[in-house]
Structures are given as structure tokens and as C-alpha cells.
Design a binder for this molecule. Sequence first.
Ligand SMILES: *Cc1c(COP(=O)(O)O)cnc(C)c1O
Length: 421
Amino acid sequence: MEKKPFVSLEQVKEMVKEYPTPFHLYDEKGIRENARRLKDAFSWNKGFKEYFAVKATPNPFILQILKEEGIGSDCSSYTELQMSEAVGFKGSDIMFSSNVTPREDFELAAKLGAIINFDDITHIDYFEKIAKIPETICCRYNPGGDFQIHNQIMDTPQDAKYGLTLAQMKEGFLKLKEKGAKHFGIHAFLASNTVTEAYYPLLAKILFQTAVELKRETGVHIAFINLSGGVGIPYTPDQEPNDIYAIGEGVRKAYEEVLVPEGMDDVAIFTELGRYMLAPYGCLISQAIHEKHIYKEYIGLDACAANLMRPAMYGSYHHITVLGKENESCDQMYDVTGGLCENNDKFAIDRMLPKIDIGDYVVIHDTGAHGFAMGYNYNGKLRSAEILLQEDGSTKLIRRAETPADYFATFDFSGMFQDVK
Ligand SMILES: *Cc1c(COP(=O)(O)O)cnc(C)c1O
């Protein structure tokens, strides 16, 4: 499928009058429409709720939009909890799916009344020293082994640090029941960025069967199944996007097949999608500032891996569009780079693109999740602004760009940088 940016050259030319490149841009309309489709696809389930994985796009304005669409927040750290509270998420609007959890994080989660999702059996005793075990509680399950779809290994839970074994789930549920828990949830995250409609239904079936077994053996009330994240998006033009309606229908079938005959038709389905909710509705806008002809052809951008780490970290593909040259033939082969003193700072390697001139604006697609969020300050590079393209076509600055003064702000023990703006 052809990948088209949600923004035009004309729009970007207007934006850069106010906000210098590089910046991350988000599409409010796309975010809202997608959120509505997800809810619609799971509307067959009475208790359905999506908890957006805050780590994917930790911006309060984005969280606010999602909140308006009836979505909750999924946190795993102290500051994510603080941000959720600031946006107005309350009690069971917040899922706390952490691991290696510091005491103060559990304290805040308990204070906010968030749904606690234990990653380890030892966390039960650990938590009890901090706060009372809540009536509604969740445990993260790790089935071990390989996770396969159609004989293809998607991921290897046996090597993942997360979750409890089946034996620990049973022991943990009994222990929690004894300590006053009444409603139980089961959570698992077995594969990331799955571009197949089979993932959620298969995961759901495994969790539903586990729920039946745990209910039989421990007698607890299973209130919800949390399918977590992992539904992916097509980063490359040749990938087919997931059909969320097919995914919702696949989960419904598993529900009818496994839970309903057991009389467990009050089980709510929860999700903690991050990438699926935001990735396609954000992009990194950057300008070509350098070209270089040595053994290869290079185009240098004013953005770098500090603004988008995925290509450097995972070798991920992010589609690139040269604005205003959408219809020109891609007859040039470039490495598109940033300016870090790291040779992996390349947004694209051997990418066929139209001829790029200095000053051209390029769109790096699908950076709305795990994009800005993974940014860092290596080489003294500053974090960019985040801008929201609102439904009426106007723009709103939802995070300003860092300045050198921000970068030096933590050296507050000396007056050395007092004059740095
Ligand atoms: C990262 C994460 C998610 C979101 O994952 P996506 O791949 O972005 O959908 C959800 N839940 C937990 C616990 C996570 O760590």
C-alpha cells in the first residue's frame, strides 16, 4: 500500500514559520477515529476498555484526547502515574503494569486506586507492606516456551523477564484471595508489533483457557482478561494493515468458545495498546541540511537518532516521504542520516528516494508511538518539540523544544551555566 503523510508541503511550510524543524507532529483526527474503531470492534464485550500504554507517547495532551474517547491509561512508572493523575485519570481508569517496581511507585499507584498488575509472585508480600491488597487485582502470566502462530515463532516467552509461571499464578491467586482480593484479572504480553490478525485471538484463547483453569482450581472470580499491547502497524509499504474488526471478531469467537460455556460471560476484555493507538498518527518532520558524496550518497537531516531511536536501536524501517516530491520517481539511492557521532545514526540505508535537495522537508512516518518517547540527549542533542495538528487544521504546541538551558538544568550545584539560555 502506498504510504501517504497526513500533512502536505504547504502545511509544513506554514508550520515552520512558527516552529523550527525537527519536530514530531500528531494527527488528532486520525487518533480519534482510530480510537473509535477499536472501541467499536470490541463493543460486543460489555466491559471492554483500552488502557493506553503511556510509555508509547507520554504527552498529557495526547492522553487528554484519548481520555475524551473513553480510554484509560496504562502506567509502569512513578512519573507516568503522575502524568495520568494530572490529566484526570482516576482509580480504575489507570492500569499499573510495572516490573522491578520501586516501593514508591506501588505507593502512588495504591494511593490513586489504580488496578495493580503484579509482575512477580514476591510482589504480593512486598505490596502488602506498602498498602492493603485491593479487592480488584491482576497478575501477569508468562506461559514459557515459544509463542507460535501458524508454526511461526513470534516470540520466546521462556526468555522474557515478565510474569508469573502457571504454578505461581495458582499460588498467587490463592494467596491474594486469602488476603481479601475478590476480582481477578489475567494479563499477558507475548509478542510485539504483530502485523497479523491472528495474534490477539490466539493470545485471548490461551488466556481464556488459563482463566477457566484458574477459576476451577482456585475458585476465584475472574473479572477481566488484559490482552495488553502488541497489535502492530505496517511500517513498510508492502505490509497489510491489521483489520481491527477482524481482530475483535476473532477474540469474540474465542470468548464464545471458551468462556461462555463455563458461565464466564461477565469477563471484561482489557487492552493496553500503545503502538496501534498512536504510531501511524505521528511523524517526524525534518529538513535536509547536508549532502555528501563519498563511497555512498548521504543526505543529512536536522533530526537524528536522539529524536527517533528505533532505526538505530532495532534496525527498524520507517518510511520516508520527501514533501512536494511525492510523485517524482524514486531513482536515487541514499543513506539518510542524522548528525550523531555514531554510524548507526541512519534513518534509512540504501533507500530509493527522489532526488533530495538541501532545504527539502522530509516526513519520517509512523513515529507517533515509541518515537519521541525513546528520545535521549546523546552528543548534547536536544529533544524536539511536539506539535498537534488539530481537527480544524490548526496547530498547537503540545511540548516545546528543549533549549541548552534545559540541557544544563541539572547542573544546579554551580553557577557555571547561569547565563545559558
Ligand atoms: C509496552 C507495553 C505496552 C504497549 O505495547 P505496544 O507494542 O506499544 O502496543 C502495553 N503493556 C505493557 C505492559 C507494555 O510494557
